[in-house]
Design a protein. Structure first.
Length: 283
């Protein structure tokens, strides 16, 4: 297939990484199917010249409908899916309800799994494809007050590793992108999830939550070494266009740092460093 004919499906295009990657790949010559959960976001994406459709990762009917629509429009040929739509559920593990963790996994893991599995048969038939998973540095190490998100990304890393082995020889490559802090609406969406599920006044973490609320509600405050979404775009392009893409593309200095520390340090020493990072964030 010529690159200009290659179709790419992207989830989570309402803002941030998804929107930036969708527009950039369109400019690069790909046929981009940009998806979002809300109808107004779909309309805006269409206004930007993208083929856009609704896809709610929490809704199986929506996932299956979007997959069928994309395959119908492309004659059953889809080169790649970039699983990007996700959110972060803040909160200490002891404050997470079953409902909160289930909601996190539904969006960040199970929705991606269902969509990917709906697309793999078409990729197998054409003998090629790329499954690109937007993971996180928090799929490699855990930080306090992010247990639900860490759980989802560790699960994604494991599923992707197994899927990569299972698809060996099919022409389909599974690629993990592991960014650290990227400029997006992630923090604002995390604050909404925090307010939905966490009851700070009833928690032994109440004072820490008070400081976290200031950080989450401040749109102008960025974590150190934050990069723009173009950093992820570079990794996505490599994953799409390399003849033999890497299993992992690590993005931002924190990701490279923590990978090195995890390899060098014993667990308790790494825990000490990660606790220090968490405390620094909430000052």
């Amino acid at each position: 297939m010529d690159k200009t004919a290659r179709a790419v499906l992207i989830t989570g295009c309402s803002s941030g990484i998804g929107e930036h990657v969708a527009l950039a790949l369109k400019e690069r010559g790909y046929r981009v199917f940009a998806t979002a959960r809300r109808g107004e976001c779909v309309a805006r994406l269409k206004g930007q010249g993208l083929e856009a459709l609704r896809l709610d990762l929490d809704d199986s009917a929506s996932i299956q409908s979007a997959a069928r629509e994309v395959l119908a429009r492309t004659g059953g040929h889809l080169y790649a899916v970039f699983n990007n739509g996700a959110y972060g559920q803040p909160g200490a593990v002891e404050d997470l309800s079953r409902q909160a963790l289930r909601a996190q996994l539904e969006t960040n893991v199970l929705g991606w799994l269902e969509l990917t599995n709906a697309l793999i048969p078409a990729m197998r038939r054409q003998g090629e494809g790329r499954i690109i998973q937007n993971s996180s540095v928090l799929g490699l190490v855990g930080l306090r007050l992010r247990g639900a998100y860490v759980c989802s990304k560790f699960a994604l890393e494991g599923l992707s590793d197994v899927l990569r082995q299972e698809l060996h020889g099919s022409g389909i490559h599974v690629v993990l992108i592991e960014p650290g802090p990227i400029r997006s609406r992630f923090r604002a969406n995390a604050f909404l999830a925090y307010r939905r599920f966490i009851r700070p006044r009833q928690s032994p973490w109440r004072r820490t939550y008070e400081r976290s609320e200031q950080r989450l509600s401040d749109p102008g405050r960025e974590a150190p070494f934050t990069l723009g979404p173009e950093a992820v775009l570079k990794a996505v392009v490599r994953a799409l266009e390399a003849r033999r893409p890497r299993a992992r593309y690590r993005v931002t200095f924190p990701t490279h740092l923590f990978v090195t520390l995890k390899w060098l340090l014993p667990t308790r020493a790494l825990d000490f460093v990660l606790r220090a990072v968490s405390r620094a964030e909430n000052r």
